[in-house]
Design a protein around this ligand. Structure first.
Ligand SMILES: [Ca+2]
Ligand SMILES: [Ca+2]
Length: 267
């Protein structure tokens, strides 16, 4: 009898996956408007047996700063975006992998998205056969997850999106595996504040007023600031397309280059 009990205990021990620890961190990686300035990383490497299958995280800024852009391509393993992926129903082919930024229409507790101060991230891996580290196409067990760009200084808080990934914010490859997720309480981003118009997507291409195109209105602003520099009150930073503190020939060159063009995004 004792042997049977021991055998059962041994079986249970084998069957129950080890506890997994997943650390999620965020850090500032740049201090200008030129770069994606916040990096979110993860580390699930402290325990061997399992990998993260999916992340569902809320990223919230503490003030009216906005999230302008997300790069969800920096981790090759977590390239499936269940909230926005599009699949052709007749062929089963993926027609668009979408974006990691979840849509409110997909789940009601989703944060508003790009252009607001909160986004919900949903990223998943897809590899087969399941089997953990070393299986074909398995993702890394640690590394960068995504980066994003905020418009001004703020404090970032990352929490679990419960509807998408449960109270821990991650789904393990083995759904029975107990997991403890360490989310950062906060992560401060300090940006050398530029004028708000420097965050307009087309401003570096000559769109001083965020109208989406470069035209006479932008030329008028450039002319009014011509050869003026900060802190001259006549200096209008919105007409400073090179964002170097002065309006001069270099800014005129930019305006000329994109003259009468639409610049919804600036290359
Ligand atoms: Ca314009
Ligand atoms: Ca300039």
């Amino acid at each position: 009898m004792k042997k049977i009990v021991l055998a059962l205990v041994a079986l249970m021990f084998v069957a129950a996956p080890a506890w997994a620890d997943v650390d999620i961190t965020c850090e500032q990686v740049g201090d200008t408007n030129e770069v994606l300035n916040v990096l979110v990383s993860f580390d699930a490497s402290s325990e061997e047996p399992s990998l993260v299958r999916a992340f569902g995280l809320n990223i919230q800024l503490d003030n009216d700063a906005t999230i302008l852009e997300v790069d969800d391509t920096i981790n090759a393993g977590y390239y499936i975006f269940p909230g926005t992926i599009q699949i052709d129903a007749s062929t089963g082919e993926v027609t668009s992998y979408g974006t990691a930024v979840g849509e409110v229409s997909d789940s009601p507790d989703t944060l508003p998205g790009l252009g607001s101060n909160g986004i919900t991230i949903e990223m998943a891996s897809l590899y087969a056969p399941p089997g953990g580290i070393g299986s074909p196409n398995s993702p890394d067990s640690s590394g960068p997850l995504l980066s994003f760009k905020v418009s001004k200084s703020c404090t970032v808080t990352i929490t679990a999106n419960v509807a998408r990934a449960g109270s821990q914010g991650v789904v393990m490859e083995d759904p029975d595996q107990a997991v403890g997720v360490n989310l950062p309480s906060t992560c401060d981003v300090v940006i050398d504040e530029g004028p708000i118009c420097w965050t307009y997507v087309g401003q570096p291409c000559g769109d001083s007023d965020d109208s989406g195109s470069v035209n006479f209105a932008d030329l008028v602003k450039l002319k009014a600031s011509w050869l003026k520099s900060d802190p001259d009150p006549a200096y209008n930073p919105c007409a400073d397309f090179t964002q170097d503190g002065g309006v001069n020939f270099a800014d005129l060159v930019v305006l000329k280059k994109y003259w009468l063009q639409d610049v919804p995004t600036c290359p």
